[in-house]
Ligand binder design. Structure first.
Ligand code: 2IP
Ligand code: CA
Length: 399
């Protein structure tokens, strides 16, 4: 299985290269940030370049995985559909073609004949990206390929990708917004049980080189299958730039000299939940953009939990981080089920984990794959029990 994980890592880096190119190459950046003029907004068929960038990254991931592991591409899913309609009303299926020239021609059709942009984009799509992590060679875990499927979020935190600033200062290591919140998420789950087993999070804009002003990325991987738990953070080898052991054994956050919990959540979180979190965490309650990035904050040990009660995260947002958290002894649970368990005095370990093979009954479109009951991402089960008790007690005081 190390070959699959190796390929996930390599293809995540290729995705990160495309994401960086769209921000760093003048011809592409111009399209990315282009504000549509009022009359253009009404043109039904105008291609949205940011959607194209998303779709293209997803197609590259699908294409490369299928090339290496024939058949796997049929089990790769994500948020985007690869069907486009251009200004002339032509339907175009965006895909990676056998040659760079063919991909250029195809992209030119979607980009309403912008040859320079199509060429630049096709070039990055077809470039060879080599990425190796020697620690992966040590993995000897066999997961039947016929039982695996993949969730892809090609560019999580799209808003920060388009509008995000490069100069946001972190608060206790956490970026509330900005390019650092953008991630490429590739998660593998078992088709029969729906459990996540392998994941890669690639952060394309982790550090900006002060001299060249170019961005460098960073990546994390994890595998959790039948008692084998391995994660990139256990190794000191390179995963880009930063020390990938940052989060291991991080000290508990403190408040007025006492231990307390650190939580990251969304600015879209409900008021009563925020009220309770503020009581439990005080100054250790953080807000950050990006579902993938918030999970990364838990993985890195910058916070203990990522709590979100709304239903606006999806399977593609959580599958990869969930697998990495599992490899570290944690995971992601359905928040509403956790609250039910606590009310019934049950242990949280029996609360449903998020599963990746079943859709929300009665829902349509993307909502079929929503994490309907919200989520709580954690690294330590023991801490989860005591944190949730405090959280629920304070929730009751809010109501
Ligand atoms: C989004 C993105 C948002 C997140 C939302 C995701 O994915 O991660 O940042 O909202 O839940 O679905 P928030 O930042 O408020 O947590 P995408 O950017 O891929 O649509
Ligand atoms: Ca997303």
């Amino acid at each position: 299985m190390s070959e699959v994980l190796h390929e996930l890592l390599r293809v995540s880096e290729k995705a990160a290269c495309i994401a960086r190119a769209c921000r760093q190459e003048e011809t592409l950046f111009h399209l990315l940030i282009e504000e549509k003029k009022e009359d253009e907004k009404n043109k039904k068929f105008l291609t949205d370049f940011k959607t194209l960038a998303d779709v293209l990254v997803q197609e590259v991931i699908k294409h490369d995985l299928g090339k290496k592991f024939p058949g796997l591409e049929k089990n790769v899913s994500g948020e985007e559909s690869n069907e486009f309609t251009n200004e002339l009303g032509e339907k175009i299926i965006v895909k990676v073609c056998p040659t760079e020239e063919e991909t250029t021609n195809l992209l030119q059709k979607v980009l309403d004949n912008n040859e320079a942009a199509a060429k630049t984009l096709a070039q990055v799509v077809h470039q060879e990206v080599a990425l190796t992590d020697v620690s992966l060679d040590a993995i000897n875990v066999g997961i039947p390929q016929s039982n695996i499927a993949v969730w892809v979020d090609p560019i999580d935190s799209t808003y920060q990708y388009i509008k995000g600033s490069a100069d946001i200062e972190p608060n206790k290591g956490i970026y509330p917004k900005g390019l650092q919140c953008v991630t490429v998420l590739i998660g593998v789950y078992l088709q029969d049980t729906g459990l996540p087993v392998m994941g890669v999070i690639n952060q394309p804009f982790a550090v900006k080189d002060p001299i060249t002003l170019r961005w460098k990325g960073q990546w994390y991987w994890g595998l959790s299958y039948m008692g084998s738990n391995i994660c990139s953070m256990q190794f000191s080898s390179t995963n880009g730039l930063a020390d990938n052991r940052l989060g291991c054994g991080s000290p508990r956050h403190t408040m007025h000299g006492k231990n307390c919990y650190g939580v990251v959540t969304s600015s879209a979180e409900a008021k009563n939940v925020l009220g309770s979190l503020e009581k439990v965490c005080n100054e250790n309650l953080h807000f950050a953009a990006g579902a993938g990035y918030k999970c990364l904050c838990v993985i890195q040990g910058l916070v203990d939990f990522y709590v979100f009660s709304e239903d606006t995260t999806f399977k593609w947002d959580t599958c990869a981080p969930d697998a990495i958290l599992k490899s570290l002894g944690g995971g992601i649970l359905d928040l509403s089920e956790c609250l039910k368990s606590i009310k019934q005095n049950k242990k949280l370990s029996v609360s449903p984990q998020l599963l990746y093979n079943s859709e929300v009954q009665g829902a349509r479109g993307a909502d079929r794959w929503a994490n309907k009951g919200g989520l709580v991402a954690y690294k330590s089960e023991e801490d989860l029990e005591s944190f949730m008790d405090l959280f629920v007690k304070n929730m009751l005081l809010q109501n």
